[in-house]
Design a protein around this ligand. Sequence first.
Ligand SMILES: NC(=O)c1ccc[n+]([C@@H]2O[C@H](COP(=O)([O-])OP(=O)(O)OC[C@H]3O[C@@H](n4cnc5c(N)ncnc54)[C@H](OP(=O)(O)O)[C@@H]3O)[C@@H](O)[C@H]2O)c1
Length: 364
Amino acid sequence: MNDELWMRKAIELARQGEGYILHQPYSSLLLVSGDDVLFAWALDGHESLDEALNRQSIKQRGVLYLPYEPEMIPKLLLWILHSGVIRIEISVLNTLTPTQFVRWCEENKIEVHVGLLSIEGHQLNEVYLHNSKSNFPYITLSFGMSLDGKIATVTGDSKYISGPESRDFVHQLRNKHQAILVGINTILIDHPKLTTRLDGTYSRDPERIILDSNLQISLDEPLLHQKSKAGTIIITRADSNQAKKTSLRSMKVRIIEIEDKRKPLNLLEALTKLKAMGVGSILVEGGGTIHFSFIKERLFNRLFATISPIIIGGELAKTAVSGKGFATLNEAVKLDFIKITKMGQDYVLEAIQKQEDIAILEEK
Ligand SMILES: NC(=O)c1ccc[n+]([C@@H]2O[C@H](COP(=O)([O-])OP(=O)(O)OC[C@H]3O[C@@H](n4cnc5c(N)ncnc54)[C@H](OP(=O)(O)O)[C@@H]3O)[C@@H](O)[C@H]2O)c1
C-alpha cells in the first residue's frame, strides 16, 4: 500500500468519531511499517489517547499518518520520540496552532510532510474548520421529495415519501449534527420526534430547534415530553407570549428571543445566538418555507436532496423549497452537484453552493 492509501485508512479511522465528537477535530493515529499496522487509534469516545499510548511500546520503524495536525501533548511527543517513527504524514494543519507540531518534528529531526489527501482531510473536518472561522454554525439542508419536487401531498400526508435506506441515511446525518432545525408548521402538521433512530449502533439525539415566531407550539406537543438526552430550543420573537415562555422554560425548553421585529424571524441573529450557545452544526429538515429562508440568505454549507420514484402532483401540495421564490434565474442560488448515491429505490443528491456564493456566506 502507498502513502495515499494509508492516509485514506487513517481518515476512515478518524470518521469513527462521527456522532461522538462535537467540539474537537476528528483525529486518528496510524503507524505503519510496510504492509503492517503497528498502532492504530481514533478519537471516538472508546479509548482516550492517554490509554492508547500506554497500550504498547513500538520498537519497529514506521510511518505515522495523521489526518489532522495534533496538539503538543507531552505524552504523544515522548511516544513519537521513543517509538520507531521515522516519517510523519499530516493531511491538514491545526487551525489553532498551525505548524507548531510540524516545527517540533523538524527540530527533532523527524521527516514530516503536510498536505497528503488534503481535500479528503478538509472534508473530514469541515464542520470543525468552518466553526473555527465563522460566527454561524455549519448548516446542512436535507429534504426528501417526490420526483416532482413535493414534500407532502395536498392533504399534508408525508409519511413516507423516501424509502427505508435513505431515511436511515437521514438518521446518520442527524447523528453527525449537533442540532436539528424545523419550522413550526412541520411541528403542527407532522408532530415529529426529531430523534436519531439508527439500528444497532450508538446514536446521539441532536438538540431540537424550532423556529416559531408567535409561540404557536402546544405545551402538550409530544416532542416536548419524549424521553431524550437532547433538549429543545425554541426561537421566537422577543415580544411573543411571555406567560407561555415561562411555562416552556419550566419544562426545560430553552428560548432564544429575536430582537429584530421584521418578518420572518431574522436568521442571522438566530444563528449568531445559537453559535454563541455552543451549537456548532445544524441539520435543517424543513419544511419548504424554512428551506427557502436559508437558501435565500445563502446560509448553508451542504445540501442533500433525496429524490424518490413517486409523483404526487397538485398545485397546492408542499414543495421542497417554497417561500416567495426568486423572481429571476439570475437571483436563483446556483449549486454544484458533488455526489449522487443510489439508496434503495431513491437517489440522494449532494450539492454545495458555487464558489462565488460561498464567498458571500463567509463575508456575512
Ligand atoms: N419530506 C420532507 O423532507 C419534509 C420535511 C419536513 C417537513 N415536511 C412537510 O413540510 C410541511 C411544512 O412545511 P411549511 O413550508 O408549511 O412550513 P415550515 O417550513 O415547517 O414552517 C414555516 C413556518 O416557520 C416559521 N418561521 C419562523 N422563522 C422563519 C424564517 N426565518 N423563515 C421561514 N419561516 C419561519 C413561520 O411561521 P411563524 O411566522 O408563525 O413563525 C413559517 O410559516 C409539512 O406538510 C411537512 O409534512 C416534509
